[in-house]
Each structure stands twice: as structure tokens, then as C-alpha cells.
Design a protein around this ligand. Structure first.
Ligand SMILES: [Zn+2]
Length: 247
């Protein structure tokens, strides 16, 4: 699973670099961003190529960004943890797809401050449709999740005036369409905890001021990935009565 994750990560990196520019994610083939040379199969092996080439392009000698191997190791670990946490079932595929999508959204949000509709909107339909594996009830829950999670962030965006944007609304709706209302809510709560901790940390460290905007997409992504790995325990932590209700 780790290896599968590193291979998927190579494709996700291509998506992060090309989707915001409106380019195709399948052609042209991967090339060095500095000299444009198309990369051969031996230069496309996740992590190993970077190590063997000592972080430099074989053709022009320019440095390759550390973000490539970091992304490969990161997604590899996420894939591994999801399968360890959830077992190898057909639902796990659901979590792997969602984790991949939010990783791309986080990468684009960090680099460009936007989350493209091309990434979120079509995949909401996929998330709802994939619920068919669990029957009509699961499909219904996912539609509820889509609107409840999107609606929640939409309300917060309206009230906070600028803290969160339309991209965050659609990203949260995407999470709801895959995890349903409870998984979506749990993801959002984890996202807020991590966001608050990182925000306070950055202010205390003097790296950001109170009024600086920090993109929220990466926190939604982190929340969704943590719920994909470990389930909705955060709901029972915050609302203990849910445990008695059988959640
Ligand atoms: Zn090069």
C-alpha cells in the first residue's frame, strides 16, 4: 500500500501543478520543469529516482524540488495508515480516493490560494454514486452529507466574512459526499482543532499576524484524512451523548 501510495502521489503532484493552470493532467508526459526534457522510466520511480539522482535533473543539473519525494512519502504513509486503520475492504477504496482528492486540493490551495471547481464538483457526484455500494440509505446519507457539510461552511463563510471562501465550501461538500454527514462533521471539527493550533502557533512564532489569512483547505484535507484513517471518534469525544445513541 505504501508503494501504491507513492505511485499515486506522482500523479497527484502532476494534478497539483497542472489543474490550476487549466492544463491536461495526462499529456504531455512528465518533464523537467527547468529544461523541458521528457523523463524516462528510470527517472519516474517514486522516491528512489530522487535519491539516486541526488535531487538534481540528469539533463540540466538543476535542483528538483524536495516537494516531489515529500509528497510521495506522505501519500504512501496515508495510504498505508488508511488500510491499517480500516482493513482491506471495498469501503477503504472510498477513503483512498477521497484522501487523494483532498491532498490535491490542499496542494493547490497552498500554492495558489484557490481550490478549482474542476476538482471538487465532478467528484461530489462520484462520492454520492459510490454510496450505491451500500444501498439507497448510504446514497441518501451522502447527499445529506454533501449539503449539510457544504451548508455548514457556507454559513460560517457568510458570518466570518473572508475567513473561509467558496472553495472551502465546495471542498467540505466533497468530503460530505464521500463520508456522509457524521464523517464530514468529524472531519470539519478535526480541521478546526488543527487550524486553531497551527494558527496560534504561527502567531506565537511571529510568522503570521492576527489578521493574516491562512488558507483553510489544507486543514479540511488533514481533518478528512484523519477521519479516513481513524473514524469519527472525535464526535464521541466532543458530544459524549452520541456514544450512548450508538455512534
Ligand atoms: Zn532538467
Amino acid at each position: 500500500m505504501f508503494l501504491a501510495g507513492t505511485i499515486v502521489a506522482s500523479f497527484l503532484t502532476v494534478c497539483v501543478r497542472r489543474l490550476p493552470r487549466g492544463k491536461s493532467v495526462v499529456s504531455p508526459r512528465s518533464h523537467c520543469p527547468e529544461c523541458g526534457t521528457t523523463l524516462g522510466p528510470l527517472e519516474l520511480v517514486p522516491v528512489l529516482s530522487y535519491l539516486l539522482l541526488r535531487g538534481r535533473c540528469r539533463h540540466c543539473g538543476k535542483k528538483i524540488s524536495i516537494s516531489y519525494p515529500a509528497m510521495e512519502v506522505g501519500v504512501g504513509l496515508i495510504f498505508l495508515l488508511i488500510v491499517v486503520g480500516r482493513g482491506a475492504t471495498v469501503w477503504t477504496l472510498n477513503y483512498l480516493v477521497l484522501a487523494s482528492l483532498v491532498v490535491v486540493a490542499a496542494g493547490i490551495d497552498l500554492n495558489h490560494g484557490v481550490i478549482p471547481d474542476r476538482l471538487t464538483l465532478p467528484w461530489m457526484a462520484v462520492g454520492v454514486a459510490a454510496g450505491a455500494l451500500g444501498g439507497l440509505r448510504e446514497v441518501t446519507m451522502r447527499i445529506v452529507g454533501l449539503f449539510a457539510c457544504g451548508g455548514l461552511v457556507f454559513l460560517i463563510a457568510l458570518l466570518s466574512r473572508g475567513g473561509m471562501g467558496g472553495g472551502d465550501v465546495k471542498l467540505m461538500a466533497l468530503v460530505g459526499s464521500f463520508l456522509g454527514p457524521w464523517g464530514g462533521l468529524a472531519s470539519f471539527m478535526v480541521a478546526c482543532f488543527i487550524g486553531a493550533a497551527v494558527g496560534i502557533g504561527l502567531i506565537v512564532a511571529g510568522l503570521k499576524k492576527r489578521k493574516d489569512e491562512i488558507p483553510f483547505g489544507p486543514f479540511i484535507a488533514a481533518g478528512a484524512i484523519i477521519v479516513c484513517i481513524s473514524g469519527t471518534w472525535v464526535l464521541r469525544l466532543v458530544f459524549p451523548w452520541l456514544g450512548q445513541a450508538g455512534f
